[in-house]
Ligand binder design. Structure first.
Ligand SMILES: NC(=O)c1ccc[n+]([C@@H]2O[C@H](COP(=O)([O-])OP(=O)(O)OC[C@H]3O[C@@H](n4cnc5c(N)ncnc54)[C@H](OP(=O)(O)O)[C@@H]3O)[C@@H](O)[C@H]2O)c1
Length: 333
């Protein structure tokens, strides 16, 4: 019999997530039945979408259940299997518990190989990067000479979105939450400019300065007041890939939308919300496009690795305040 250390949702947050929303438990796992496998987690991905799932909000994914382990995209190693598709030693990616070990039915798991660092499957070769690729390629569609804006520009999604726009020949402007991130965006990721959204209070003024011709495509990760300023500066036939609105995830009262919505008509804007999991059929195209950019350094990526499952709650609370730099993963074993 195997014991698992797991982190469960102890309380639903109201406003900011607090440490008492989580509880660490040790549980004895049941013996495997036919079709099941036991997976030891190696890396757990922490992602903004987990915040809405902590509430009872009806959304595209169901809420986490109170008293049950949270789940997240993870890479793990099969340690025991009664499923004919997997054998001991296989490395797999899929949704696992925030836990040392998970008993799984095998559905939705994909085998990966150890030829690349395992955390990359959760970042630059995984869901966040795929999100950036889909939104940039299929919605923003940047062209040479255009101006593209990316919020949360150095996050897991933003860092890839911005670089793909730059590789398409566009001028790329971003924002991030501290000076080091902005310096990295410009020097390493090749953004033309990046401003600090925490110290820059007049978003309209800074966007007018950095995007004097307006914004042709917006890859929207943040929402809120920042998005309102971007929206007003969209050019005719502009495209907005609405990927997320992290600045609003902890709000207890919803923010009103931007003013001058008739601008959508006047400027003939395309505004498209999207969820990357709707597009898994394109995963192969994404890998074909993005993987070759990595060895040569044409596409750079940052990650923050936190050591130990016990630190996952603190790291997740930090993600919602911008403490991570690039993709945030927890090394579990
Ligand atoms: N539609 C989809 O299928 C899909 C898939 C993946 C992710 N997403 C969305 O994409 C966005 C980025 O996700 P990610 O995985 O790349 O996360 P991430 O960038 O790794 O982490 C979140 C970052 O957002 C920034 N942030 C946090 N609170 C903020 C606030 N109040 N105002 C402005 N920035 C804030 C922080 O960076 P700073 O230091 O720059 O503030 C933080 O590091 C999120 O909105 C997420 O929900 C959507």
């Amino acid at each position: 019999m195997t014991d698992a250390i797991q982190i469960v949702l102890a309380k639903r947050p109201e406003g900011d997530v607090t440490a008492d929303c989580f509880r660490e438990e040790t549980v004895a796992l049941p013996a495997l039945t036919d079709g099941q496998l036991l997976i030891r987690s190696r890396f757990l991905s922490l992602d903004p979408y987990m915040r809405p799932r902590m509430t009872e909000m009806r959304s595209y994914t169901p809420p986490f259940a109170l008293g049950q382990p949270l789940t997240g995209g993870s890479v793990g190693e099969v340690v025991d299997s009664r499923n004919p598709k997997f054998v001991k030693g296989d490395l797999v990616i899929g949704m696992l518990n925030w836990a040392s070990h998970t008993v799984h039915d095998g559905k939705g798991l994909r085998k990966v190989d150890a030829g690349v660092p395992l955390s990359a499957y959760l970042g630059v070769l995984g869901m966040p990067s795929f999100t950036a690729w889909y939104g940039m390629k299929h919605i923003c569609k940047p062209k040479a000479g255009e101006t593209v804006f990316v919020s949360a520009a150095t996050g897991a999604v933003g860092q890839v979105a911005g670089q793909l726009a730059r590789l398409a020949g566009a001028k790329v402007v971003g924002c991030a939450g501290d000076e080091d991130k902005c310096v990295w965006a410009v020097r390493e990721a090749g953004y033309d400019a990046c401003f600090n959204h925490r110290t820059e209070r007049d978003y309209g003024a800074v966007l007018d300065k950095l995007c004097p011709q307006g914004i042709d495509a917006d890859f929207e990760n943040v929402g809120g007041r920042l998005f309102h300023a971007v929206f007003e500066r969209m050019t005719n036939f502009g495209r907005i890939a609405f990927c997320g609105a992290i600045s609003e995830y902890q709000d207890t009262t919803p923010l009103a939308g931007p003013e001058k919505m008739f601008g959508i008509v006047q400027k003939r804007l395309t505004i498209q919300g999207f969820i990357v999991s709707d597009h898994v059929a394109l995963m192969g195209d994404f890998i074909n496009d993005v993987a070759p950019l990595l060895p040569s350094g044409k596409l750079k990526s940052r990650e923050t690795v936190v050591d130990g499952l016990a630190k996952a709650p603190q790291a997740f609370m930090g993600l919602l305040k911008g403490e991570n730099f690039g993709k945030l993963v927890v090394k579990i074993s």
